[in-house]
Ligand binder design. Structure first.
Ligand code: ADP
Length: 297
């Protein structure tokens, strides 16, 4: 894990919307939000125009601290995936720079175990067992079989799939396949988890269960997470911060701190604080969508 220092407080970080601060004080282990002093991600005036001339992103500036759970929210086509892929080093910016732990993304990628990317579709090898699918990144890295198997067993337990180690993907539900995909991301013990609408194709109940499990993993593993979604409710439930984006061209228009304590439970979702945050995001998303529609006219 990081050698950077961090400070734990119960009231969350700085500039919230004015509500919700203070609620976390003294509520169990893990309550409150970590204030870290180290930037995990720095996006410095990074922009993207695709080769066909599509201006996907205007210059974006964004700093994400270690331990944050940041959600990118916005209408379709506003550049959420483009930004996430640039952070992962899967796409190069047309201009500007991206740093991971203060290093250019391309250099940080050399230590690839620090970052994992989870796609919307689980993309599993259908002929291979759950454990072989999860072990793949370790096999590719040349890890010994014994060490790799121990890691796989640990991570399958973590995502609740220990009993299914020998199953083939087709024997699993959509939600379980997504857990395999997350396990495959976590098996390299990353510090940074990048997730592109990972639960978008799942039914509401499965999605909520996976959201709750993801928050537990985030806390247990002290991860930094950048998460893309269309869902306001998912964004409020999960995030310490929400970055709102608008389209044509894609850009960041607003940011919201969700200064609410962790662990977050189902009760949080029916609380006045939850509604308050959801309303603010709803208004902002409408504004982002209107901007988008007008820009298209
Ligand atoms: P979002 O994830 O918010 O839906 P994307 O990042 O996928 O948005 O896309 C942003 C814009 O870039 C959209 O207009 C999309 O059509 C365009 N786009 C995405 N990928 C490509 C590509 N490979 N080539 C050209 N245009 C693209």
């Amino acid at each position: 894990m990081s050698d950077m220092s961090d400070v734990r407080v119960g009231t969350g970080t700085g500039t919230g919307t004015g509500t919700g601060t203070g609620i976390g004080i003294g509520i169990g282990i893990g309550a409150g939000i970590d204030i870290h002093t180290a930037a995990a991600i720095e996006v410095l005036s990074a922009e993207k125009t695709y080769p066909d001339g599509t201006r996907a992103l205007q210059p974006v500036d964004l700093r994400i601290e270690e331990g944050e759970f940041v959600t990118l929210l916005g209408p379709s086509g506003c550049g959420k995936s483009t930004l996430l892929k640039m952070i992962a080093g899967l796409l190069a910016p047309s201009d500007g720079r991206l740093l991971l732990w203060r290093k250019p993304v391309s250099l940080a990628q050399a230590s690839a175990q620090k970052l994992a990317f989870v796609f919307q579709s689980p993309t599993l090898m259908p002929w291979a067992s759950v454990q072989a699918n999860v072990r793949l990144p370790l096999d590719l890295a040349g890890m010994s079989r014994a060490e790799a198997d121990a890691r796989v067993a640990e991570v399958l337990k973590l995502v609740g799939l220990a009993r299914f180690a020998n199953a083939l993907p087709r024997a699993l539900s959509g939600g379980m396949q997504m857990r395999v995909s997350i396990a495959r991301g976590l098996v390299t013990q990353p510090q940074l988890l990048l997730m592109d609408e990972p639960f978008g194709a799942l039914d509401e109940i499965t999605r909520h269960k996976l959201d709750a499990d993801l928050l537990e993993l985030w806390t247990a593993k002290k991860l930094t997470v950048v998460f893309v979604t269309h869902s306001i409710h998912e964004a409020v439930f999960l995030s310490t911060r929400v970055v709102m984006m608008a389209a044509r061209p894609g850009r960041v228009i607003e940011e919201f701190r969700i200064d609410e304590p962790h662990p977050r439970t189902a009760e949080f979702m029916v609380s006045p604080q939850f509604s308050h945050h959801a309303r603010l995001l709803q208004t902002s998303l409408l504004r982002a969508s209107v901007d988008t529609t007008e820009a298209a006219l």
